[in-house]
Design a protein around this ligand. Structure first.
Ligand SMILES: [Zn+2]
Length: 420
C-alpha cells in the first residue's frame, strides 16, 4: 500500500494527522503525499490540491493539474506512473491550487510531436480568471492571512480553458466515457467528474475532508443548497472510489456514500435553520446564536471544521439570501471605528482600562469579548506600546484556540500585526 492509500485508511479511522498538523496539511507547502492507483487505469496524486489521472486509449485525462508550487512534483508523480501523452485536462473549478502546471504537458507534447492537449472547464472559469487579474492585490492579502504567508502572493497569468460547457459535458476518449457535471457549491464554476465504467468520482472541492469551505469570510459567494444537492446527486451515482479535491481518496461504496450524504446533511441542516430564522425576521446576531450545527456530523473524521466553520456558512447564507445589513439599526451607518473606540475608552476611564479588562477576560477564556475590548483599546490609543503588545498576545491566544485554518490564519495575522 502506498502513502496515499495508507493515509486514506488512517484518516477514515480518525487516525489522521492531529488538528494542528491538519491545518498545515491544508496549507500550501507541506501538501504533497504521493501517487497511488485507486482503480484500474486511474491514479490519484495526493497534493495541495489533488490530481486524478485517467489512462485512456488516446492518452491521459487529468482532473485538475495542481497548484503553482506543487505542480512540478505532481507532474513527476504522474510521469512515474505513465509515460502516455496527456490528451486533456479538466479543471473542477478555477481556484489557483487546481489550475497550474498545464504548460509543462503542452511543452512535452511539442517536444515529442504529440497532438497538443486541451483544457476543458465550466464556462465561468474564464470570468473567474478575469476577476483574479482584477483583484490580485486583494487576493494576495487574504491568502497571506489565510495561509500565514510572509508576503502577499497571487498569480496574474492563467491558462484559460480551450473548451467550456454550461450544465454538463461528456468527454468520449477512445472507448472511455467521462461525464462532467456542473454544480454551484464552493464556487459558481464547479464541476464533478464521473467515470461510470470504473465507478470513480472526482468531486473537486465539493468534498475536501473537512466541513465544506462554504462560508469563507474573505472570499466570494458560496452556494450551500446547490452544494448539498450536488452531494446528494454524487451519492446517487454510488461511486466505488471518491477522489476529493483535498485529502486522501475514499475507497468503497459504503464509505464514499456516507461521506457524501453526511456532508449534504450538514449543509441542509445549516440552510434550513438559517432560512427559518431569517423568515421569522431575526437579526443576523440572533441567527448566529440560534443555528446549531449537528454535533454528530462535525465529529466525523471527514467533516471536522478544520478549514472553514459552520458559523461562517450561516453568514454566507445571510449574504446569499439577504444583504449586508445585519438588522441592528446602529450598524446601518455606524460611526468611524476609532470614534466609537475613543468614546468607549472615555466611558471606561481610558484605553488602558479597556486593555486591563481585555486581559482579564482573555485569562478567563472569554476570547471573543477580550478581542472586542482590546481592538477598541488599540484603536483608541494606537501608539501605546503596552496595548499593542497585549493585543498581540490576545490574538495569539485566540489563534491557538481556533480549530479552523481560516480563523487561525486571520487571528494569527492580527497577532503578527501587533508584533505578537
Ligand atoms: Zn482547492
Amino acid at each position: 500500500m502506498g502513502a496515499v492509500l495508507d493515509l486514506a485508511e488512517r484518516m477514515w479511522n480518525g487516525q489522521g494527522p492531529d488538528q494542528h498538523v491538519m491545518r498545515h496539511a491544508h496549507a500550501l507547502v507541506s501538501g504533497f503525499v504521493g501517487i497511488d492507483e485507486v482503480a484500474t487505469g486511474v491514479a490519484f496524486v495526493g497534493s495541495f490540491a489533488n490530481v486524478t489521472a485517467i489512462d485512456t486509449a488516446l492518452g491521459l485525462v487529468l482532473v485538475d493539474v495542481g497548484s503553482p508550487l506543487l505542480a512540478p512534483r505532481v507532474r513527476q508523480a504522474v510521469r512515474s506512473w505513465s509515460s502516455a501523452p496527456v490528451h486533456a485536462a479538466v479543471y473542477t473549478h478555477g481556484h489557483v491550487d487546481h489550475v497550474f502546471g498545464f504548460g509543462a504537458y503542452e511543452q512535452e507534447a511539442q517536444e515529442h510531436g504529440w497532438r497538443a492537449p486541451f483544457v476543458l472547464a465550466h464556462e465561468a472559469v474564464a470570468q473567474r480568471f478575469d476577476r483574479y487579474r482584477m483583484t490580485a492585490g486583494y487576493n494576495g492579502h487574504i491568502n497571506m492571512r489565510q495561509f500565514q504567508l510572509p508576503v502577499p502572493m497571487f498569480p496574474t497569468e492563467f491558462r484559460y480553458p480551450d473548451q467550456t460547457f454550461r450544465d454538463h459535458h461528456v468527454l468520449e476518449v477512445g472507448d472511455e466515457r467521462i461525464e462532467i457535471r456542473h454544480a454551484r457549491g464552493e464556487t459558481d464554476d464547479h464541476a464533478f467528474v464521473w467515470l461510470p465504467s470504473r465507478g470513480v468520482l472526482a468531486t473537486g472541492d465539493l468534498f475536501i475532508w473537512a466541513a465544506p469551505n462554504c462560508g469563507n469570510p474573505q472570499k466570494a459567494q458560496r452556494y450551500p443548497l446547490e452544494w448539498a444537492r450536488a452531494l446528494r446527486q454524487m451519492a446517487g451515482l454510488q461511486p466505488k472510489v471518491l477522489c476529493p479535491g483535498h485529502g486522501p481518496p475514499i475507497l468503497g461504496q459504503t464509505r464514499a456514500c456516507a461521506a457524501l450524504s453526511d456532508s449534504a446533511e450538514l449543509l441542509e441542516s445549516l440552510h434550513e435553520q438559517t432560512l427559518a430564522l431569517m423568515n421569522q425576521g431575526a437579526r443576523l446576531d440572533e441567527v448566529l446564536r440560534g443555528v446549531i450545527a449537528p454535533a454528530h456530523l462535525l465529529e466525523r473524521p471527514y467533516l471536522r471544521p478544520v478549514y472553514d466553520e459552520p458559523e461562517f456558512i450561516v453568514r454566507n447564507l445571510w449574504r446569499l439570501y439577504g444583504g449586508w445589513y445585519d438588522g441592528n439599526p446602529a450598524h446601518l451607518k455606524p460611526p468611524a471605528e476609532r470614534a466609537w473606540a475613543q468614546e468607549l475608552a472615555r466611558l471606561a476611564g481610558g484605553a488602558s482600562r479597556l486593555c486591563e479588562r481585555a486581559v482579564a477576560l482573555a485569562e478567563q477564556g472569554e476570547l471573543a469579548l477580550a478581542c472586542e475590548l482590546i481592538e477598541s483599546a488599540a484603536l483608541a490609543a494606537p501608539d501605546d506600546p503596552g496595548i499593542r503588545a497585549e493585543r498581540g498576545r490576545i490574538y495569539r491566544k485566540r489563534a491557538h484556540a481556533s480549530e479552523s485554518l481560516i480563523a487561525h490564519g486571520i487571528f494569527d495575522a492580527a497577532a503578527r500585526e501587533s508584533g505578537g
